[in-house]
Design a binder for this molecule. Structure first.
Ligand code: ATP
Length: 593
């Protein structure tokens, strides 16, 4: 039964006592029962507050609110509230490592000497914490300390313990969102309706809103919680299978997409504004101004929610780079301009969850993809995830190899059946990922021969952007391509390249070079460079050891970098050989989950 009208306001002590009991059990059922008892007594507003506070916050995660209370400030506030010396409190903290316990012990000591304070209501604690949070850690330190001290002054020891733990971000009750959902379901709906509660949470990512709605209007109220731009949807996740035959057996004819190795983002465009959220509902628009800019253009005029993977791209060669190249951008405020310029990020879109007033989450995947392709204007920095629809094993294997050699980490197979809806918040069999053990870590450098070059873009316009590199196969006397090398050159190296290579320039491909790639310039095999790579992978593009490890595939060096040395002491014949590459690949083959 949901809320029918109410009694006196709930005291914060009820919540603090429930937290004490929750802290002494590891059982999910018991935790849910303790919360359920609170919800049964709560007004809709109180149900909302209980929910956020139990999640250690005063708002849903995607609002990005933080209390910003450092240990030092908490100690000062405890000192002010109890009139105990801060040095002693600091000693206590060093001893037990828990500021909540320091606060609670200090309050017990203070109790013996001070007069009884006014009891704290849940609403008062919540509102004070909200004030601290919306100040975003800014505002006058003295005022913030005073606000905390006032709360603590009126707290009992157990209340002080949980207020302080919440403020310093160490509530750590171990209550997962699913346990709160259990408790809400037990308090307000029937057992059979629990999944509807979870579904509402999955589309709005806001458990406080779900709690408020249930307490106010019961299950029928959940209909008002809808997909809407600006409110992140909990993402759909993949199951995994060990091979393409298993995937085709499971899904039949399905869509296969490159599995890009980057950061998943959910982009919300509404009223001309664009926001980016991660899988964890963290807003990262500020860290990716380039993606915000390119997506704003791509989605212009539409209210939409689309998903994709952000991947850094080498601006000189257009190659995908490992995500670590830009991972430092997250949470970073300074030097962002330089980072954006040096490592631009592209987004590869793969889903559309909302478009101009229509919720697409319950629409089958092929229609979502169609909506995506017909709405988004691909262009600078925005592309669609590479995709094919097939039930042919050989075609699927080739697509997998293409993904790996283009910088992907495998494929994601997606059901195209009528039931292939977007299952928010769920890891299920409608999407299956496949990352195979066809990658082998490189621990040594290799010496490769320059056989071709590609025209540069961006800063390298008018010069060479990347070099086509080969190994030598002594049994045939031929040079077999193994990678496109564009990274690791400093300005001095770049300036040297024409001098080094132009003397070996040819009008067309040297007869001894086996290449499926069409380079913009060709060289006689002469210049040897030391190259370091992240991994060796099978590749449908390169000719090194073609057909030896798998029919139709060669070997490639993934994420290659010039190691700094032109091996002028080596001739092309002395370069790393095909056999050495095969051996390295086999010896270092690693199992990828
Ligand atoms: P992993 O570490 O393998 O990426 P995960 O637990 O982060 O796993 P999963 O659901 O298992 O996530 O794998 C899907 C992830 O792959 C997505 O969260 C997304 O970041 C990424 N991805 C890359 N390309 C695609 C694509 N075309 N479709 C869906 N997800 C993709």
């Amino acid at each position: 039964m949901y809320y029918l009208g109410n009694p006196s306001p709930m005291d914060y002590s009820e919540l603090a006592c429930a937290y004490e009991s929750i802290g002494s059990t590891a059982k999910r059922l018991e935790m849910a029962a303790l919360l359920e008892a609170l919800f049964r007594k709560a007004t809709p507003d109180e149900a909302r507050m209980i929910t956020y506070l139990t999640q250690g916050s005063v708002a849903p995660d995607f609002k990005g609110l933080e209390f910003g209370v450092a240990e030092k400030m908490a100690l000062r506030a405890i000192g002010e509230a109890t009139r105990l010396p801060e040095d002693g409190l600091l000693e206590d903290y060093k001893r037990n490592g828990d500021l909540g316990v320091v606060a609670s012990e200090a309050m017990s000591r203070k109790r013996q000497t001070s007069l009884y304070a006014t009891p704290l209501t849940l609403a008062r604690v919540f509102e004070s914490l909200q004030r601290l949070a919306s100040a975003g850690g800014g505002g006058s330190q003295d005022l913030r300390t005073k606000l905390i001290a006032e709360l603590l002054h009126d707290s009992s020891p157990v209340e002080a313990k949980y207020i302080v733990r919440t403020l310093v971000g160490k509530l750590r009750l171990g209550v997962a969102a699913m346990s709160i959902i259990d408790a809400l379901a037990q308090a307000y709906v029937t057992k059979e309706q629990r999944d509807e509660v979870e579904a509402a949470y999955n589309v709005c990512s806001d458990l406080g809103l779900v709690a408020f709605t249930l307490a106010k209007d019961g299950i029928s109220g959940l209909a008002s919680i809808r997909v809407s731009p600006g409110t992140p949807i909990r993402v759909m996740l993949c199951e995994r299978l060990p091979g393409i035959p298993d995937i085709l057996k499971k899904l039949g004819k399905c869509a296969l997409e490159y599995k890009y190795d980057g950061l998943r983002i959910q982009a919300h465009s509404s009223g001309g504004k664009l926001a980016l959220y991660t899988r964890q509902m963290e807003e990262v628009s500020a860290q990716f101004p380039d993606v915000v800019g390119s997506l704003s253009i791509a989605l212009k005029g539409h209210d939409a929610i689309v998903e994709g993977e952000c991947v850094p791209v080498d601006q000189d060669t257009g190659d995908l780079l490992p995500f670590q190249t830009v991972s430092h951008r997250r949470g970073r405020k300074y030097g962002l301009d330089a980072a954006v310029k040096d490592f631009p990020v592209h987004v590869f879109l793969f889903d559309c969850l909302y478009l101009d007033g229509k919720d697409f989450t319950s629409v089958p995947f092929p229609e979502r993809r169609k909506a995506l392709m017909s709405t988004v204007r691909g262009g600078d920095g925005v592309a669609f995830a590479q995709s094919i629809v097939t039930d042919d094993e050989a075609e699927a294997e080739r697509f997998f190899d293409q993904s790996i050699s283009s910088g992907g980490e495998g494929i994601v197979a997606k059901s195209i059946a009528p039931e292939s809806v977007y299952r928010a918040g769920a890891r299920g069999w409608l999407w299956i990922k496949y990352k195979r053990d066809y990658r082998s870590e490189m621990i040594d450098t290799v010496d490769l021969v320059v056989v071709g070059a590609f025209a540069g873009r961006g800063r390298r316009a008018g010069s060479y952007g990347a070099l086509l590199m080969a190994v030598r196969n002594p049994s045939t006397g031929r040079y077999e391509t193994v990678t496109k090398l564009g990274s690791g050159f400093d300005d001095a190296n770049l300036a040297e390249l024409p001098k080094l290579l132009d003397g070996h320039k040819l009008k067309s491909r040297d007869k001894s070079v086996d290449s499926q790639m069409k380079a913009d310039a060709w060289f006689e095999p002469a210049v040897v460079m030391e190259v370091v790579g992240a991994e060796l992978t099978l590749s449908p593009v390169h000719t090194c050891a073609r057909d030896r490890l798998r029919k139709g595939s060669g070997l490639a060096v993934r994420f290659p970098r010039f190691a700094g040395n032109v091996r002028s002491d080596k001739k092309a014949e002395d370069a790393t050989t095909t056999d050495e590459m095969v051996e390295m690949y086999r010896a270092q083959l690693k199992k990828i989950e």
